[in-house]
Design a protein around this ligand. Structure first.
Ligand SMILES: [Zn+2]
Length: 436
């Protein structure tokens, strides 16, 4: 009896202790010299942000500093919400040789380095990403490890397998038909016809997809013919988007060519990725449907300067020459017409962590610096369906907060070197003079 009593008291003590631990609050006050309000497009001076645990409790000019609060003095900096990249591939990056990447690496090689890429992305100021295509479900494992706090990285929405037709951008092309990689059937992402496509969407969701990504048109960095031809019929695209919708998931389409863009927009995708060859009709369709353009207009620089050295076939590099310039002009046209723009870079095509280099190009091709920042914050959050928790520094949202030395409204390239990164109320980087 005595023993039972002791066990009872011990259990009570453990439970109470656990309860007390759960009640412990981490309180931080950030003093922001300038604060970019991405919802109103205004810059506010001398603001304070009260962060309790992972949440922004209040924002304003006259917030008292509670006793015991940590104070982070960013009064010499410009403070912004954490940035969002809507088109990344955190689980890959080109190595030194195109053929080695394909034939000498296993999914485990990619899984080993993925956390390094995730960390670089976070430290570049990107606290949320939409990761749109990975092999072997590495993206799901990475997302889960980040969510558990096992590895540092951005909050992720993942697409798992890129869904594409046989011979498409999502298939492996250019090699002997006798070469075949063995993997569980659904893991190639190759699906043809309405039934197979619906099954693939279900498979992706079953194993952890937050969003569905498919190839509406041919692509650049694979060896199939053309870069713009549609790779699914209208019927197939409609079925794919419809199936994802039934499961409560949004769909985005890889689409370079004009016809494929229109087909994907009509099928009901939330965003067109790349969008290289836009004509007036495609632009007006996108406006009519409220479709976002996620155009990766930085990486042309990187591909044309580095990919020859990495052993990429001329066929691929020539495709980039065909696409890059037109894509930027299409972006300008879309901006002028008022198409919704969200920031997405195709990170993984270039080294992870360079994401911020795209701001310069977005401003050069038509956005104001504030619009470019909004594309990477509040617009991106809305595209992801996460506008209630990220994308602006507002009461009740997650404390994803970054800071830069120079005012990015004067020089948007300031966002290429982010000195302070907080995600979920936790500081991951502080290279400012103000140590907490
Ligand atoms: Zn991509």
């Amino acid at each position: 009896m005595q023993l039972l009593k002791r066990i009872f008291f011990l259990l009570c003590a453990i439970l109470l202790n656990g309860w007390a631990m759960a009640q412990t609050k981490t309180i931080t006050v950030i003093k922001a010299g300038k604060l970019v309000d991405t919802e109103t497009g205004k810059v506010l001076a001398n603001q304070r942000i009260l962060v309790v645990n992972d949440t922004i409790q209040s924002v304003g000019g006259d917030i008292a500093i509670p006793a015991g609060a940590a104070v982070i003095d960013l009064s010499g900096e410009t403070v912004l919400p954490g940035l969002i990249d809507c088109h990344t591939h955190l689980t890959a990056q080109p190595g030194d040789n195109y053929y080695d990447d394909i034939f000498r690496k296993t999914p485990i090689d990619y899984a080993i380095v993925a956390p390094i890429y995730a960390k670089r992305t976070l430290e570049a100021g990107f606290t949320t990403v939409r990761d749109v295509g990975a092999s072997s479900l590495i993206d799901v494992s990475l997302r889960n490890a980040i969510n558990r706090g096992d590895v540092p990285g951005p909050r992720m929405q993942v697409a798992t397998f890129f869904i594409g037709s046989t011979g498409s951008h999502g298939d492996l092309n250019g090699f002997s038909p006798y070469i075949e990689f063995e993997q569980p059937k659904g893991m190639s992402g190759v699906a043809n016809g309405v039934d197979e496509i619906r099954k693939q969407v279900r498979y992706n969701i079953k194993y952890g997809a937050d969003v569905i990504k498919f190839g509406a048109s041919a692509g650049v960095l694979t060896e199939e013919e053309s870069v713009g031809s549609p790779q699914y019929t209208q019927e197939e695209m409609n079925a794919l988007v419809d199936e994802a919708r039934l499961w409560g998931k949004k769909t985005c389409a890889h689409a370079h060519g004009t016809e494929a863009i229109k087909m994907a927009v009509n099928a009901g995708v939330v965003s067109i990725e790349h969008g290289s060859f836009l004509d007036d009709e495609a632009i007006s369709l996108m406006k009519q449907h409220g479709t976002y353009l996620v155009a990766d207009i930085y990486n042309d620089e990187y591909i044309l300067s580095e990919y020859k050295r990495l052993g990429y076939p001329d066929k691929i590099i020539n495709k980039e020459r065909l696409v890059g310039k037109t894509q930027r002009e299409s972006f300008r046209k879309a901006v002028q017409a008022g198409v919704k723009i969200a920031f997405g870079t195709d990170a993984g095509v270039y080294p992870h962590g360079y994401n911020g280099r795209q701001f310069k190009w977005m401003v050069q091709f038509g956005l104001t610096p504030m619009q470019a920042i909004q594309a990477a914050t509040i617009n991106a959050a809305t595209l992801l369906g996460w506008e209630h928790k990220v994308g602006s520094i507002k009461t009740g949202k997650l404390a994803d907060i970054i800071a830069v030395k120079e005012n990015p409204l004067d020089n948007v390239r300031a966002l290429e070197t982010v000195g302070f990164v907080m995600k979920d109320g936790k500081v991951y980087k502080n290279e400012t003079t103000a140590k907490p």
